[in-house]
Design a protein. Structure first.
Length: 339
């Protein structure tokens, strides 16, 4: 009940501030009067107004999306944008005639804070009061929640970490360090059509003083996680390949990372095998679908392999994982397709 109350309070607060979205309490176009017959998702997950708000009636389809990596602090900003294309007039909504959606954004259970050489889980740091500094509103948030209407878009900017005054009993206070790891989006929409079109994007922005990096990536549906991923490898000279791998299963597992040249021959050997804590591996409201992560560069894990091209492979030992691969070339940063 505490989490429902907090969610309800944040919906009222954030609807008119950082997201610039509608009030999800009075504008309930994200729920249908009757339970959707088919959400067209793998598990056909449906939530109710009682589950989300603790009050009212209505039903919505649920989808869980994951960004394998965010970065906030030490020059990094993570900007998350939610949007919904224009929807057709639809009968049977709790309010209104055009579908919208509700989104909750929160860090995955394995996300960490690193400061002065010490790394700890965000969820357990500062007595559970550690969150993110949201620069549009100038406040500390544990998670961001909003209703987004048909044809609308909205965003949050996480520029660093902060202690939440409402949790600590003091005022919102920015703290040093780097927050990173997986970020989760949970979307609720009144029907399968709106659910499939409602989504978000994450932009990494790094201010290096004399240069700036920026790249935008799309989330991965929890049900699109898989045991093996492969991406192109360009390493050495002006190229640096970086990656983040996240456990998307309900069991702890290790991940093997392998480099191969253009002929399929293995390049070097990793100095460590990432071991990742579990999430729930599920599409359930306010549950962390993913667990631990490992982030680094090819040089971090393989040392100096010189200049190499080919592929980088990621294999979960016992279940599905998610991968994000990025590449820097001099002062530019780009995403690399992983399949």
């Amino acid at each position: 009940m505490i989490r429902i109350t907090v969610f309800l309070a944040l919906l009222i607060l954030i609807a008119g501030t950082s997201w610039g979205a509608g009030n999800p309490i009075t504008d309930m176009s994200w729920l249908s009067v009757s339970s959707p017959g088919n959400c067209k998702t793998t598990d056909n997950a449906i939530v109710t107004a009682q589950q989300v708000l603790g009050t009212g009636t209505g039903f919505g389809c649920l989808r869980t999306l994951i960004f394998p990596q965010f970065a906030a602090g030490v020059g990094w900003t993570t900007q998350i944008t939610g949007f919904l294309p224009v929807q057709a007039t639809t009968a049977g909504l709790v309010t209104g005639t055009v579908p919208g959606y509700v989104v909750e954004i929160r860090n995955g259970a394995g996300a960490t804070q690193t400061n002065a050489g010490t790394t700890a889980l965000i969820d357990s740091s500062n007595g559970g009061c550690l969150g993110f500094w949201e620069s549009i509103t100038g406040q500390a948030l544990k998670h961001a929640d909003a209703a987004i209407d048909s044809g609308a878009a909205a965003r949050v900017n996480y520029t660093g970490l902060a202690i939440r005054g409402k949790c600590s009993g003091g005022s919102d206070t920015q703290v040093p360090g780097l927050g990173q790891g997986p970020m989760q989006l949970q979307i609720i929409a009144p029907n399968a059509t709106a659910l499939a079109q409602a989504t978000g994007q994450l932009s990494y922005i790094y201010d290096g003083g004399t240069f700036q990096w920026q790249v935008t990536v799309n989330p991965v549906d929890i049900f699109n996680a898989k045991q093996r991923w492969t991406a192109p490898l360009y390493q050495g000279g002006d190229y640096v390949t970086a990656f983040s791998v996240v456990n998307a299963s309900a069991s702890a597992q290790t991940v093997s990372v392998t480099l191969r040249d253009d002929n399929g021959n293995q390049i070097g050997s990793p100095t460590a095998t990432p071991s990742l804590a579990p999430g729930c591996g599920c599409n359930q409201w306010q549950q962390s679908a993913v667990g631990g992560y490992f982030a680094g560069t090819v040089s971090d894990l393989f040392g100096n392999i010189g200049t190499a091209t080919g592929t980088i492979e990621f294999d979960g030992s016992s279940g599905p994982i998610m991968v994000l691969v990025l590449r820097t070339v001099k002062n530019s940063l780009g995403s690399v397709p992983a399949r």
